[in-house]
Design a protein around this ligand. Structure first.
Ligand code: DHB
Ligand code: FE
Length: 276
C-alpha cells in the first residue's frame, strides 16, 4: 500500500507511546464498560481541567500529581545510588530568581509561625564538601499559602531565598516550622478528590532545589516527623529518607543563632549530590 503522509516526519517514539496508551486505554474501557453519559463526563472533566489553566494554575500538573504519575516519572528518571539525597515532587509553586541571601538570613518576612533554624552541609557521594552549591528554598507561610497565592497580602518573596554553601559546603538559614496545607482544591481535580473520598492535604514540608556545577540537581523536600499527613500525602511525595529530625531548643540561640529566642526549632540536614 502507498504510505500516505501529510505534514512532518513520522516520529517513531511518538508511535511507540501512542500505541501503548491506546492499548491500555482500550483495556480500561473494556473493563469499565462506560455508559455514553460517563464517557461524556470524562470528556467534560478534561475540558474543565484545561479551562482552569493559566500562568499561576496548571490543573493538568495537579492531576498528574494526585494520580501519582509525577512521582513515578521522577522515580524513573532519577535512580540515584543509596546515600544520595532523593528527589520528590517539584509542585506548581516554585519561582526562579528568588533573592540571594547571606548565611543565617531569615526567609520569613511576615513574622508568623514558630521560629526554625535549618543548617548543614552539601557533599558529594564520597563525603567531600561542595563549595558554591546553591540552595533554593521555598515554603508556605503559617496560614498554609505560598506568597504567589496571596499577592498583596503576603510580602513579595515571603519564605523564599537562595543560599550559597561556604568552603566547608555549609549552609544555614532561618525560617518557620512548615505546616500542612491543601493543594488548590477549588477546581476539577479538587472536586474529583472529593468524589473519591480523598482529602487534598499535603504533609508539611520545606521545598529545596540544590544545585552545583557538575552535579545532578536535586529537587526535594524535608518533612517534619510530627505531621498527621505523612502517610497520606495528597501527591504521594513523602519518602522516609526525607523525614527530618526537628529538635526543640529550650535555650536562646548563641553564636550565629544569636537573636533566636527559646523555644525554637532546629533541623540539621545534609544534602548529598551525585556527579552529572
Ligand atoms: C505541591 C502543591 C501541589 O498543588 C502539587 O500538586 C504538588 C506539590 C506543593 O506545594 O508542594
Ligand atoms: Fe509545597
Amino acid at each position: 500500500a502507498v504510505n500516505m503522509r501529510m505534514g512532518g516526519d513520522i516520529d517513531p517514539r511518538l508511535r511507540e507511546i501512542m500505541s501503548s496508551i491506546v492499548r491500555h486505554l482500550h483495556a480500561a474501557v473494556k473493563e469499565i464498560e462506560p455508559t455514553h453519559e460517563e464517557w461524556l463526563a470524562a470528556i467534560e472533566f478534561l475540558t474543565r481541567t484545561g479551562q482552569m489553566c493559566d500562568e499561576w494554575r496548571q490543573e493538568f500538573i495537579l492531576l498528574s500529581d494526585v494520580l501519582g504519575v509525577s512521582m513515578l516519572v521522577d522515580a524513573i528518571n532519577h535512580r540515584r545510588p543509596s546515600g544520595a539525597t532523593e528527589n520528590t515532587i517539584l509542585g506548581p509553586f516554585y519561582v526562579p530568581e528568588a533573592p540571594r541571601y547571606a548565611r543565617g538570613t531569615n526567609v520569613c518576612l511576615d513574622g508568623k509561625g514558630e521560629p526554625l533554624v535549618v543548617g548543614g552541609f552539601v557533599r558529594d557521594t564520597d563525603g567531600n564538601p561542595i563549595e558554591g552549591a546553591l540552595i533554593d528554598v521555598w515554603q508556605t507561610n503559617d496560614d498554609g499559602f505560598y506568597d504567589v497565592q496571596q499577592k498583596g497580602t503576603q510580602p513579595d518573596w515571603n519564605l523564599r531565598g537562595v543560599f550559597t554553601t561556604d568552603g566547608e559546603g555549609g549552609y544555614r538559614f532561618r525560617s518557620v516550622k512548615p505546616r500542612n496545607y491543601p493543594i488548590p482544591d477549588d477546581g476539577p481535580v479538587g472536586k474529583l478528590l472529593g468524589r473519591l473520598g480523598r482529602h487534598p492535604n499535603r504533609a508539611a514540608h520545606i521545598h529545596f532545589i540544590v544545585s552545583a556545577e557538575g552535579y545532578d540537581p536535586v529537587v526535594t523536600h524535608i518533612f517534619p516527623p510530627d505531621c498527621q499527613y505523612l502517610d497520606q500525602d495528597a501527591v504521594f511525595g513523602v519518602k522516609d529518607s526525607l523525614i527530618a529530625d526537628f529538635r526543640t531548643r529550650q535555650e536562646d540561640g548563641v553564636g550565629e543563632d544569636e537573636g533566636l529566642n527559646a523555644p525554637y526549632w532546629q533541623v540539621d540536614w545534609d544534602f548529598v549530590l551525585t556527579k552529572r
